[in-house]
Design a protein around this ligand. Structure first.
Ligand code: GRF
Length: 201
């Protein structure tokens, strides 16, 4: 299997996937890293890893979302990618790319979906007073932060948690969860309603 990772920012989940895929036992290789943001901090990590890295800046395409995604698609095809991992990719994909790669795009989201889709998940979790929070890996469908759940990791919310402390503990779980769920997904343990959902990584 040949993976592409798409990022927009810091790239810490990308790094955890790069590290996991570097192990000989991992059933995939990372072939391409795409950022829509030329200033993404993660680009430096990507370039240092030696993996092909492309900036496909949405700004260059104005409002033409499909033209932007056509270029992304061409890059994915050129690298014979089989599976896409969104890792902090902050742009919604249009039906064009989602349909081209139906069932083959994974996303990581920093909440226990279906709770708290969208942005500011840790703030929302604290405001709501939930006692359990975490992260989710799911298959990308046309609805944002929706789609079949492949795995989740849960952590307790502590009484003195701030947005930052909570985010940090969830992020630690994200880094463990994404490689593990990706591996299971690639080996064919796809999520269904009765089995193969991972709890706590
Ligand atoms: C992570 O919290 C991820 O769940 C969310 O965006 C953040 C990206 O962080 N989708 P990083 O770029 O992987 O460090």
């Amino acid at each position: 299997k040949r993976i592409a990772i798409m990022i927009s920012g810091r790239g810490s989940n990308m790094r955890s996937l790069i590290d996991a895929c570097a192990k000989p036992s991992f059933p995939a290789s990372i072939e391409l890293i795409i950022s829509n943001n030329p200033d993404a901090e993660g680009l430096e990590i990507a370039r240092k890893s030696g993996i092909s890295t492309q900036v496909i800046d949405d700004y260059d395409f104005g409002n033409n979302r499909q033209a932007h995604e056509r270029q992304i698609n061409a890059a994915l095809q050129a690298h014979h990618v089989t599976t896409i991992c969104l890792a902090g990719y902050m742009r919604l994909l249009s039906p064009f790319l989602i349909n081209e790669w139906k069932g083959k795009i994974l996303n990581i989201h920093p909440s226990l979906l279906p709770a708290f889709p969208g942005l500011d998940t840790h703030k929302k979790a604290l405001k709501k007073g939930v006692k359990i929070h975490g992260c989710t890996i799911h298959i990308v469908t046309e609805k944002m932060d929706d789609g079949p759940i492949l795995g989740q990791a849960a952590i307790p919310v502590l009484p003195d948690d701030t947005e930052n402390t909570l985010a940090k503990r969830v992020l630690d779980q994200e880094h463990l969860l994404y490689p593990r769920v990706l591996k299971n997904f690639l080996l064919g343990f796809e999520a269904d309603s009765t089995s193969d959902t991972l709890i706590n990584g």
